[in-house]
Design a binder for this molecule. Structure first.
Ligand SMILES: *Cc1c(COP(=O)(O)O)cnc(C)c1O
Length: 341
């Protein structure tokens, strides 16, 4: 079976499991797990931030990042800006609103960054008693539901946000992919963001784990919030070791996933009845108007697992268990299905 549903389906390698089994551990709720601390320091360093806190999931990392910003507002009615295709908006059960009691104002567009004009207008009108106070801008790099797109440089948006008293949270679940695709460092891509979440269980292939990074005060507040949310973990070094292994060994190879995704997209685009966007990173979006469900079923019977994104699009995600032969075989399945119909 070729599983292209997500880059979360990878299993830890023998070497990663060995690193996990050898991990030094302690009670991390007491701050005594040396492996968790090493991971937090390493990620903070990579992102150019003073501190980090290890959390069980990217969802919790995003929630904590958002809650830290919302909680520091001196008003009860806050507004969070996020892309309509972002993970925070589409895949987290609205947690920012449910638990952060914030109003989420979405923006659209194909780049992943907001147009500044409407945001400027909103800020200019925030003295109006009818309005919530813009407090936080959430960005996502890469932006998964736009096909793993790399964001354009965030500096102008961050500069505007900070000038306007708005914090910036960067959802960097796939920031490692953005770094590999652009040749920029994670720190330069995260520059200016107040808080950044990252994942180790996506392209990097660890079984569990994410971090939230930021300045010392944000991370202290975040550590308290993690406990409130039930995310305080005890001998978490066992999983942190998998994350550390992933960070040290599986970042450079992401360019291979990207090259394979490009080849897969080009192969799909050559088939009659299909178009596919040229991917920036490891996610291929194939356009199959009205046929997504039917094709997902047909390919599953032929041993290829993919995901439908609505009726018109199919998502295929390349990851570290997918080699060149798997791409060839996937293209055989896809071309076979297209010939039958
Ligand atoms: C997967 C993902 C998350 C959340 O990660 P989980 O660990 O599954 O909670 C957040 N943001 C983006 C962009 C993601 O792709």
């Amino acid at each position: 079976v070729i599983d292209l549903r997500s880059d979360t389906v990878t299993r830890p390698s023998a070497q990663m499991r060995a690193a996990m089994s050898a991990a030094e551990v302690g009670d991390d709720v007491y701050g005594e797990d040396p492996t968790v601390r090493a991971l937090e320091e390493e990620v903070a360093g990579l992102l150019g931030k003073p501190a980090a806190v290890f959390v069980p999931s990217g969802t919790m990392g995003n929630l904590i990042g958002c809650l830290v910003a919302i909680g520091s507002a001196n008003t009860l009615s806050t507004e969070v800006w996020a892309h309509s295709a972002s993970h925070v908006v589409g895949h987290e059960q609205g947690a920012v609103s449910v638990l952060g009691r914030a109003f989420v104002h979405t923006f659209g567009g194909t780049t992943g960054l907001p147009d500044l004009a409407p945001l400027e207008q909103r800020v200019a009108g925030s003295g109006d008693i009818h309005r919530a106070t813009p407090r936080l801008l959430c960005l996502e790099n890469t932006i998964g539901d736009l096909g793993g797109r790399v964001l354009p440089p965030i500096e102008p948006v961050v500069e505007f946000a900070h000038r306007s008293g708005i914090s910036v949270h960067l959802d960097g679940a796939r920031l490692w992919n953005a770094a590999a695709a652009t040749g920029r460092t994670p720190a330069s891509l995260a520059f200016g963001a107040d808080t950044v979440s990252t994942c180790f269980s996506k392209g990097l292939g660890a079984p569990v784990g994410s971090t939230m990074t930021g300045d010392v005060a944000s991370i202290e507040a975040g550590r308290r919030l993690r406990k409130l949310l039930g995310g305080g973990m005890r001998q978490a070094g066992v999983i942190a070791a998998g994350a550390l292994y992933a960070l040290r060994h599986n970042r450079e190879r992401l360019v291979d996933d990207h090259a394979r995704a490009k080849r897969l997209a080009a192969g799909i685009a050559e088939l009659p009845g299909f178009t596919a966007d040229e991917p920036d990173t490891n996610i291929v979006i194939a356009h199959v108007p009205g046929r997504a469900a039917e094709l997902v079923d047909a390919w599953r019977s032929a041993g290829l697992l993919v995901g439908a994104m609505g009726p018109d699009q199919i998502r295929l995600v390349v990851h570290l268990e997918i080699d060149d032969a798997a791409i060839d075989n996937a293209l055989v399945v896809i071309s076979g299905a297209s010939r039958r119909s």
